[in-house]
Design a protein around this ligand. Structure first.
Ligand SMILES: C[S@@+](CC[C@H](N)C(=O)[O-])C[C@H]1O[C@@H](n2cnc3c(N)ncnc32)[C@H](O)[C@@H]1O
Length: 211
């Protein structure tokens, strides 16, 4: 539940909000209960997954505040979305969803499960300014990126690790970096080819440079 609350806390009031790939619908439920938006779309590519959210949000669907759409990304939403959440998917899938939508949302809250660097690079290359880009912990470590339309540039390090992480060094980020350094140390004890060893050693040096 901590992850859901971390995600929800990054959302802002909007006219139209969409939770893309909502599955259980827990974030959308908080948004509906708190009247975060005049209209909330819950979408999922899987009708089976969306049924869970439809059940949870039935009373809001019945009065028209929430609309449920089975679709790929934004494809089934027929009005402009001010703010969208895409959480719990890989960074590549998130980028695929964003790049296949003709409409650019004003604000995005993205929580990639892996490859956050691909999400950051996509955002700054496609007319978004990063507002916050941090690691948090809820048993596991998660990255969350909040962005709005605008101009931005990130250094190579910021793309890799997140600008807020590097500037503010939240404890979860530091712990994650330390854990990865330890994991690499353990992994390097195993036999492996020289190319893999060199790549892991270079990654460990980069991580050590952050601490
Ligand atoms: C692991 S769940 C994450 C659910 C929720 N967003 C969260 O963060 O807890 C990923 C959901 O994304 C849906 N999904 C995957 N690709 C999608 C796409 N291209 N468009 C819409 N939904 C998608 C899956 O069906 C699944 O229900």
């Amino acid at each position: 539940m901590e992850r859901i609350l971390e995600i929800y806390s990054r959302l802002r009031p909007a006219k139209v909000f969409a939770d893309i790939g909502c599955d259980h619908g827990l974030v959308a439920e908080l948004a509906a209960k708190n009247a975060l938006a005049e209209k909330i779309y819950i979408t999922d590519i899987s009708a089976e997954c969306l049924k869970k959210a439809e059940k949870l949000l039935k009373r809001f669907i019945d009065v028209g505040t929430v609309e449920s759409v089975v679709c790929d990304g934004f494809s089934g939403i027929e009005e402009p979305v001010d703010e969208a959440l895409i959480a719990g998917m890989g960074g590549e899938e998130i980028v695929k969803i964003l790049s296949s939508s003709a409409y650019r949302c004003e604000r995005l809250v993205l929580q990639p499960m892996k490859n956050p660097e691909k999400v950051r690079a996509y955002l700054v290359g496609n007319g978004y300014k990063i507002l916050e880009d941090v690691t948090f912990r809820d048993v596991k470590y998660y990255d969350i990126v909040a962005a709005e339309r605008g101009e931005d540039e990130l250094s190579e390090e910021e793309i890799l690790f997140g600008r807020t992480n590097l500037a503010e060094r939240p404890q979860a980020f530091i712990d994650k970096v330390k854990a990865e350094i330890e994991d690499i140390g353990e992994y390097l004890k195993n036999p492996m080819n020289e190319t893999s060893r060199a790549a892991l050693t270079a990654r460990r040096e980069k991580l050590r440079g952050i601490l």
